[in-house]
Design a protein around this ligand. Structure first.
Ligand code: NAP
Length: 310
């Protein structure tokens, strides 16, 4: 007996929805794109609604909603979708605050629906091999460099520098989502310096010092004004040598082991996991990366730097 594919709707047809969600859904067995809700964008051949509310009112045959909108509007959309009996996939970060997620998780669990707070970088091909490699190793230090040019990767996305948009933590949280997956011990923030452009409510750069119970130094540098070579790299020093994840977790280097660059594989794997969660009737919500970002806002010394010009 064949199981009917999950009929999913994308809400917020912006950059990540077009670049990754649409092709990944098409490439994943067991799920199909049945509708789009977006105020200013539509897809040829796919049912279109101007808003999530309109979609929920007019399209009862949708099983699941992928929220690809900015984090500031996601909580209300997730609550509405869950109240309408839909499974919900949240793009990262799962919300604009940490505490807004608990009621969503409770609502999903109470109705037997899936809530998936997705972390796409955890599906990068180097992540699970790195986790397995580090599980039994002594770790001396960790250095993260996550430096990209916001003008190249987020043109015109003003929400990113508004309150709740996370600023440089929008990419930086991807590094934290990987690190919280691959390190065998939990870690915590000890010092942070956040640079705010004078016209932005979210930081444009961050220097973070973490440690763990054993005192391991863990340093992260996030920068949104990196021109020239772009860097998304995590280097872990072990007593057996250096392990390097580069290209956002697409590549792994240790003693000559090199995995091929396969960045596009993240989203098909993410959707396969979502299909699996729905069939099992469970949620997957890990807030650890978001908690580290909230800690940085609590502990961080704030510097004001030059205004950001698009
Ligand atoms: P984006 O290009 O700005 O797209 C978001 C879309 O959401 C917009 O096109 C807009 O579509 C809709 N939207 C914007 N503001 C809204 C509001 N106030 N109410 C309702 N809908 C609104 O942003 P994005 O880059 O795709 O990022 C979206 C999310 O995905 C973010 O959380 C980001 O961190 C995550 N993400 C992005 C990337 C990336 O490389 N860009 C990678 C991974 C994850 P309409 O105007 O048509 O409604």
């Amino acid at each position: 007996m064949s199981i009917m594919p999950i009929r999913i709707a994308i809400v917020g047809l912006g950059k990540i929805a077009r670049d990754q969600h649409v092709p990944a859904i098409a490439a994943t067995p067991g799920i199909e794109l049945a509708a789009v809700a977006s105020r200013n964008a539509a897809l040829n051949g796919v049912a279109h609604f101007a808003s999530l509310e309109e979609l929920l009112a007019q399209a009862p045959d949708i099983d699941a909603i992928a929220l690809c909108t900015p984090p500031q509007v996601r909580r209300a959309q997730a609550a509405a979708a869950l109240a309408a009996g839909k499974h919900v996939l949240l793009e990262k970060p799962p919300g604009a605050t940490v505490s807004e997620i608990a009621p969503l998780l409770a609502a999903a669990q109470n109705s037997g629906k899936t809530l998936f707070a997705s972390w796409h970088s955890r599906f990068a091909p180097a992540v699970e091999p790195a986790r397995a490699f580090l599980a039994n190793r002594y770790i001396r230090s960790v250095a993260i460099a996550w430096k990209e040019d916001v003008r190249v990767w987020h043109p015109g996305q003003r929400w990113i520098f508004e309150a709740g948009g996370l600023g440089v933590f929008d990419p930086g949280i991807n590094a934290l989502s990987i690190l919280t997956r691959i390190l065998p011990q939990p870690f915590f923030l000890t010092k942070a310096e956040l640079s705010f452009a004078s016209n932005c409510a979210a930081p444009i750069a961050a220097d973070l010092d973490f440690t763990d119970q054993g005192g391991t130094p863990i340093r992260a540098e996030f920068n949104f004004l990196q021109t020239g070579a772009q860097t998304w790299e995590i280097r872990v020093e072990t007593d057996d040598g250096w392990l390097t994840l580069s290209a956002g977790g697409a590549r792994l280097n240790y003693a000559g082991v090199e995995l091929a660059d396969a960045a596009l594989a993240e989203y098909p794997a993410l959707y396969q996991h979502f299909v699996d969660l729905v069939h099992r009737g469970v949620c997957d919500v890990d807030l650890a990366p978001l908690v580290h970002v909230a800690d940085a806002f609590m502990l961080g010394r704030r510097l004001t730097v030059a205004a950001f010009e698009e």
